[in-house]
Design a protein. Structure first.
Length: 425
């Protein structure tokens, strides 16, 4: 076994488990270093998003050692997240070799996403690849696989309508908000974070005619740059408590490892609003908003898992495109596996050529020696040709003869094809 994809996603694990196994962005370089120091791991990439945590590896082990290598990888994952005493096996999926390639192509094309065909995952995969490359954990195999994956995902986007419908976690969040607040122009949205997801949310809100947009972020400059684009204004995370009561809609998506909004802060905001309702969506994993906030009256709190039903309504137009995308992926999986198998043939050809060149060098050296001793040149050339012919066909002839004695017709058939022979002789 060479390639392996190991992970969990929104289909196999609830958000409570996914957040326990997620990797903070700044922890990934050290995790990659630690992972590739495992005896069986040569190359590795870690992908960690709100909906999935996956490890892509190129392993150095024989088929008989594959189960031990997998257990080592699972043990490493549990140890890294301090879950040694927790059984996570029911949430994990394992994809070896061809299945790993197919899984990765489907992930990059948006076919394995919570929102079918969503484009964000491709950018997240490219970031994961870049981080691994910068940290020296990408080699020949994963480099080829990721480049092939990016090319396939681009083809899927170009040749199908998989991304035609504006359906995403961000779009679903805004759609749900519109169901609660029909007149957007009289309402205020507070967005926490300034990443790609929040940018998409801001865009959808702006296009839907939201009255005001406030963007809160740890780095105020980044929040300010985003807020300017949508006629909003920026605040720091420390200013959240003083602005929370202004917000009718709160949508949060950060990479924080600890909750940003607690029950107490939201409770105070509700009192200041005289119990006017607040709609909240926590897209982040780990969660930005404490789970206990959902216990408060006048608060409607949703997580990424709650958005699934809304998202499903927008998927029908993408189903036909997905079928075509699967056909493209089938072809591209075979192309990559053909390349992988060709590596074995290349090493065989190199060894065969080296063997032939050694025979040639010995025969030429012998012939030159005979010429230097005054032997007739024509006789030397004839002897050289005879020696080369005999030595080059000696081992194949023995193997073919033995195959005939053993009844191994398939080897004889292979020899006929390999040496372009006629069955008539």
């Amino acid at each position: 076994m060479s390639l392996l994809a190991l992970g969990i996603n929104h289909k196999t694990a609830p958000v409570k488990i996914r957040e326990q196994l997620s990797f903070a962005p700044d922890s990934i370089p050290m995790a990659l270093k630690d992972l590739t120091e495992q005896d069986t791991v040569n190359e590795a990439v870690i992908l960690s998003t709100c909906n999935r945590t996956e490890v892509y590896c190129q392993l150095n082990c024989d088929d008989g050692e594959s189960e031990a290598a997998i257990q080592t990888l699972i043990s490493w994952l549990k140890k890294h997240h301090d879950l040694e005493n927790t059984d996570i096996s029911e949430y994990l999926y394992l994809h070896p070799e061809k299945d790993a390639v197919r899984h990765m192509l489907r992930v990059a094309s948006g076919l394995d996403s919570l929102v079918l065909g969503e484009p964000q995952i491709l950018g997240q995969l490219k970031t994961a690849f870049s981080v691994a490359k910068d940290n020296g954990t990408i080699g020949r195999f994963l480099h080829k696989l990721f480049q092939h994956t990016f090319s396939c995902a681009k083809q899927v986007r170009t040749d199908t309508a998989i991304g035609a419908s504006p359906v995403s976690v961000a779009f679903a969040s805004v759609s749900l908000a519109k169901q609660i607040f029909s007149d957007f122009q009289h309402h205020t949205a507070l967005l926490i974070g300034a990443g790609e997801t929040v940018e998409l949310v801001a865009r959808h809100l702006h296009e839907s005619g939201i009255g005001r947009i406030i963007i809160a972020n740890r780095t105020v400059e980044k929040a300010h740059a985003l807020a300017q684009e949508f006629n909003g204004y920026a605040i720091s995370l420390s200013e959240l408590p003083s602005h929370l009561a202004e917000a009718d809609i709160v949508i949060s998506s950060t990479a924080s490892q600890l909750p940003i909004l607690g029950k107490g802060a939201v409770e105070s905001a509700i009192k200041a609003r005289k119990h006017a309702p607040i709609f909240m969506v926590d897209i982040a994993v780990p969660r930005d908003i404490e789970e206990q906030v959902s216990e408060l009256e006048d608060v409607f709190l949703y997580t990424v898992d709650d958005l699934k039903e809304i998202i499903d309504e927008g998927l029908k137009s993408r189903q036909e495109a997905a079928l075509k995308a699967e056909e493209i992926i089938d072809i591209e999986v075979n192309h990559f596996m053909n390349w992988l198998r060709s590596l074995d043939s290349i090493s065989t050809m190199i060894e065969f050529r080296e063997q032939a060149e050694n025979i040639r060098d010995q025969a030429v050296a012998n012939s030159l020696k005979q010429l230097n001793n005054g032997k007739d040149a024509q006789q030397v050339v004839n002897e050289l040709a005879r020696q080369l012919t005999n030595k080059l066909i000696h081992k194949p002839s023995i193997q073919i003869k033995q195959a005939g004695m053993d009844g191994r017709a398939e080897l004889i058939d292979a020899a006929i094809e390999l040496f372009d022979l006629s069955r008539g002789h």
